[in-house]
Structure formats: structure tokens, C-alpha cells
Design a protein around this ligand. Sequence first.
Ligand code: BZD
Length: 837
Amino acid sequence: EKAKWPKSTVQLWEKLSKKEANDIETIQKSIVHHVTTTLARAAYNMDNFTAYQAVALSTRDRLISRWNETQGQLSKADPKRVYYLSLEFLLGRSMDNALLNMGLKDTYGKSIEQLGFRMEDVIESEVDAALGNGGLGRLAACYMDSLATLDYPAWGYGLRYTYGIFQQRIVDGYQTEYPDYWLNFDNPWELPRLDISIQIGFGGHVQTTQDEYGVTRHNWIPASSVQAIAYDVPIPGYDTGNCNNIRLWRSKPTRVFDLTSFNEGNYEKSVEDATNAEKITSVLYPNDNTMAGKELRLKQQYFWTAASLHDIVRRFKKSAREWTDFPDQVAIQLNDTHPTMAIVELQRLLVDEEMLSWDDAWDIVTKTFAFTNHTVLPEAMEKWSVPMMEYLLPRHLQIIFDINLFFLQKVEMKFPNDRGLLNRMSIIEEAQPQQIRMAHLAVVGSHKVNGVAALHSNLIKTTIFKDFVAYYGEEKFVNRTNGITPRRWLHQANPQLSALITETLGSQKWLKELTLLKGLNNKVDDPEFRKKWVAIKRANKVRLAELIKTRCNVTVSPDALFDVQVKRIHEYKRQFMNILYVIYRYRFIKSMTPSQKAGVQPRVVIFGGKAAPGYYIAKLVIKLINGVAKVVNQDPAVGDLLKVVFIPDYNVSVAEVIVPASDISQHISTAGTEASGTSNMKFVLNGGLIIGTLDGANIEILEEIGEDNIFIFGCLAHDVEDLRHAQRYRNVPMNPALQGVISAIEKGTFEDPKVFQPLISTLTVGKDFYLISYDFASYIAANQQVDAAYKNQEEWIKKSIRCTANMGKFSSDRSVKEYADEIWDIKPHPVVDEGYM
Ligand code: BZD
């Protein structure tokens, strides 16, 4: 269009679309402009929330301008891109992060201060975008930050849930769930793209015909359809003009199909269909590491993968390339098995709609996809029943059966006459009804499969994917140890520590090259530096103590050792073991003479995390923690020697306060169950020591920071099976210290003991599957070592500095580079600042 314009028009556009300046006056003008026009508020009639909205809108203008510039240049250059398909993006708040990444925080801070507001208060007004459960969703968010920062051409694809993860309140010690209606006030961090709408079909039947060459063609005729509407979330890189995108889909009714009911005179039915269409993206499923098998969840998965693939294919088709070039232009990463239907959908598009041969299509598909596994827990493995799939997606089911048939034929050629093997490897599990094993489909449809920490990547090769390694060979199965973004988890969450590091290292380069933190090792023996280091930790503890006072109404001393376990509540993570030890400690203190008490290291034990609403045992753990807290915190015999708190509604923004304030945090899963863990990395990066098992990324953290700076206990992954066997078939007596604790609960020390009986039964009737009794003795010992080490404050501070100094490996920049180089084969594509909006 532009080409047809007279020169003067083009020049006028160019003149008027120059980027806005970033000086205080321009920024203040833009804020006031948004207050008075966009928000339609009188300039003086404002609270913190209105100020937040105006600052957010002004920040958003700058984000959009970067987004336009980046996406415009990428469209022209058309390099290979990666698409990160994740059902969850746990972004948290955006404003602080956007301002820091764009280098505008100081200017905005000054601007609003002069306008009568404090940056901290304005930041606090933002609600979290909580479109995720835990580690998997937060990992996706960290990876998006790193991809943007490193100038990789990358888009995320996900769902725009109306309700994020539920809000947790504690009532009478129990978790209760409330809906998280986060879009109550407009969300300034998204750009609705109402023009981008894709029709997604469901149900119906498959028409089979012969084409003019006698080839059988399949044509899926869906019975109903919904629309996918795009909402774009700009993701600015740190210290670069690059701005990537997360495209989230929202479901809306289509007009086309619902008209049939309408025309039949069934108005109510057509309205009902419309409401059902909106349901698809209404709520995030709140289970992590368990599979519920709900039909709506499968609908979500297909809706999202189909919309994303149509979008990706449409972008690919803009340039006149051959289909064989598709894998040279497009890499798609599957964040767990949730998006596995994308494999089937691409095969369907290529074969049914683009008329490629099955083999040519399959070659393209397998070169395009790669798959990340995040768990080995059997209850988390996704399976969909064949009848449900047939009803919702009949053509896809046929394709899955064909993929399986051709795959098993090849397995049979390589390993003839091994029926057991074919059964084990089949994508279809022979149950009643038959089940589709999504992990098998993901492995078969991808060129690379990765685990998320060294131990985990090895484990999947010897357990769930053992047969696949024998068939495909080792090269297909790789490790990509997780990482976290140091921008959010140090620079933003711990500004004082960030400033000290920058001052010490002489520049901010470490924020993009985290191994530079090694330079801090030289400072360990500098008492002045140690003083500054510990003063910052203390200030962070004071801030957390204030949050605890507000949220739990418990007063805690910042001089006590802060001991933290925050993560989803799950049996394998063993919060139960932690609270059992707290009871042990409580009883021990109570048995002491006053002079013995004088030697006790005061501790504040801090818990936080959500339990899946249907996870009964996990919810009882929360109840027990609160029961213990109530008794311990009121006991004058204990006083400040021990306090226990459960911080309700743990989320990303609460984590940003907790993580910098921890002295010791707990990462104590039964060995072999926690694939990686990422909060372990966040705590250590912030100079918090950890107590942990030899599980997930703890092992690699140990390797990096050295055994003197970490407290390790418990059995090895390698021994777990034998230990469980012994628990099950031999009468292994319970650890006596643990027995004492259990008796105390059963005597009613913490409310009605009947309440806790099902929880206690997991240790007895349940044969202690997570090996709490076996690990209890070494757990007590490790805790004693923590106390002893904390007594020697100067040595403790040295450990704390060494922790931070040696965490460079765990930047998500490192992880993302490893994916980019060997899995995606993509290159950075820096944006050029042309000065236009
Ligand atoms: O993924 C977690 C693992 O448990 C962690 O060990 C690991 O560090 C992170 C990142 O790799 N897994 C999850 O968080 N999983 C889920 O949240 C989830 C959600 C829905 C369905 C299944 C799992």
C-alpha cells in the first residue's frame, strides 16, 4: 500500500511515527495522558491502582513500539524461528520486569515520584498473571525472557485462561480455593488481535474418497467448531531492543455452525453451544504432576495446538517455499506431552489438506518437533481413552493408529518376534478401554527428547523410554538442565544484592553472562564486603517478616534462621517430612532445661504452596502444618526458639519476596522423583543455602558450589527401588524418632488426631512409598549440621557468597543457548533500532 502513496504522505507518516523520547517530561506527559484520556480520571483523583494502570499503559506503549519493530524486521528477514508450545506461562507481574528490561525503571521511578507516587506501591498494585501451576509454567516464562534477551526469533503459544491458578485461603487450617478472576480490570499486558481468528473443529466424521489418481483421501467433517482469537503478550529482552511474543488463544463461539440449531428453531440450544465454546479457555487445570483425563482438558489441548499450527503454517506459507523447507524455517518445542496433538495435527494438515504423501509428511513432522519431559511419576503420564479421542477427533485417531502401525512395523523389523517389546512400546495401551500413551507419541513424533537435569535425563533413558533408546539409539535422548532468569530472580527480586554485585564486579555485564559471578569468590575474605552482604540479607528478612505479619499475623524475629520450603504441595516433595521434623524439634526443645535452651538456634520455619483441590493427602499436610503452627507459636516454653508459618496463596510475586530472604531452603524430594526443581536455583543464586537430597538439579548445584556449601542427606535414586521393596515385603521398623513424633500427633497434641489418621497411614498402610522413615535419621543429622554451621556467622556468610558466586551455570540463558544450538538450530537475529514506533 505504502508504495502507492505520494512521497509527501510517506514523509508525513515517517515524521509522525518517530519513537517517543524517554526523558522524564515525555514519560510524565504520557502517564498523565493515560490517566485523563484512556482511564478517564480526573488528574488529582487517583489512588495507587490508577497510578499503576497509567504507568502500565505508558510502559505498554513503549513495549508495543519495540514489538512492532522486532516483528516487522523478522517478517522481512524471515529467519528460522522456534515456537515454544506450553499450556502454561507463569509470568507473574509484568511492569517491574518490563521497565527493568527496557532500562527505564529509574526514569519511571523519578517520573512518578514527582507525580506523588512511590514506585514500590505502584508495583504492588499489579495482580499476577498466574497462568500456570508451578515449575513447568515458570520455566516457560524464564525461557521466554532468555530467548528475548539473546535475540532469538521465538514465539510462545499458549491459552488465555479466564481463570488462572486458584487463589488459596486458609480457613480453620484447611486450604480453600477461590477463583482467580485476574481479568477483572483490563489486562494492559496483552494486545487483543481480534482480526486473527481461526476456526477449530470438533467431532463429526471422516469422509473417505478416491482421488483422480486412485489415491485414498480422508476428509474430516467436524460436527461443530469454535473460534480461536489471538491475544499477544510482548516479551521484552533485557538490554536489547528485541521484543518477542507469546500468543495466547481465547475460545469464542463461531457463527457458522451454531446457526444450524438456530435455524431449526432451537434458539436456546444455539446459545448453549455458544457458552460451551467459551468454556474451552475458561480455566487452567490446577493439577501438577497428575493426570485427570477430563474431556475439556483434551479439548483445550487440541484447540490450542490446532490454532497454533494454523498460525505457524500460515506464516510459513507467506514465503514461497517448498514444504520440504518447513523444518529449516520452523522448530517446535513441546513443553511436556500437553501439546502432543500438534504432531498429529501437522501430519493431518500435510496429508489431508496439502496432499503430501504420508512418508514425506512424516519426515517433515519429525524434523520439526522436539519434546521435553518433566516427570517420571507414573500418575502424571498423559493417556487419553480411545473412545474419547474418536468422539472428539475421529480423523486424528485414525492418524494416531497409522503412526503407531508404521512405527511398530519398523520396531518389528529391528527386533523381530518380540511381542512383549511391541506391547511395551506401542502408542496404544491395551486396556479397557484402550488408551493413547501421549509420551510414546511425543517420542515417536520428535527428533530430540530431553530431560531437565542430568540425573533426570539419565533416568528417563533407563526407565520410561528404555525401549525407545534401544530402538532409536542414544543420540535422540539428550539433557538440557533447566535454568532461571537472573533478571527477575536476582536483579528484580533482590535489587540491593544486584547493586552490590554490580558495584563489586564493575559493571552489569553479569546479568547477561552469569558465570561472571565467579568474580565474587575473591571477595569472600573481605570482611567489609561480608558486612554489606549480610546487611542485605537482613533487610530482605525484615521485608519477609513484615509480609508474614500481614498475611499470617505472626511476629517473627529477623535474627532467627529463616528456613523455607515453598513449592506445590505433593507427597513426593515431602513437606510432610519437614513438618514431622518440626514436631521433633518442638518436642526436643520442650524437653530441655533453661540452660540447654540457651544453646538452641532459633528458627522460623516457613511453608507455602498450593495443593491440587482434589488431592486429599496434600491438603491434610497443609492442615497439619497449620495445626502445628497454632500450638508451637503460642507455646511460652518455646518462645522465639521456634516459629512455624504457612504463607497463604504462594505465587510468583510472593516468591520474589521470599527467595531473597531465605537462610536455608528445603529441596527434599525422594531421590529420583523431582525432575529438576528450579526454586533450588533461585534460592542459591540469592545467597541462600540449601538442604536437599541427591535429586534433580540439586546434584548439579552441589557440583558447582562444592559440598561445603550445601547440606545433603538421604538415600540415592539408585537405591530407591530396593528400599521400597524392603518397605513392602519385609517388616522394616519405623525410625524411632519418627515413631515418637507420630505418637505425639496421635495423642492429640495438634488438634483432633482423627483428622490426621489418613496422612499417618501413608507411612504405615501405604508402606511409606516416599521413604520418609528411611531418610529421617539423616534428615535430623543434616538439620543439626545446619544449626551448627549457622552458629558460625562469618563462615556462614562466606558460604552464602560462594553460593551466589558459583551459580552461573543455572542461568536460563545457558539452557536456551543449548536448545538453540543443538535442538532448534536457530541463530540470534538482533533488531536494528530504526527509531520508529
Ligand atoms: O517441571 C516440574 C517438575 O516437577 C520440576 O522438577 C521441574 O523443575 C519443572 C521444570 O522442568 N513439573 C511441573 O511443574 N509440572 C506441572 O506443573 C504439570 C502441570 C500439568 C500437568 C502435568 C504437570
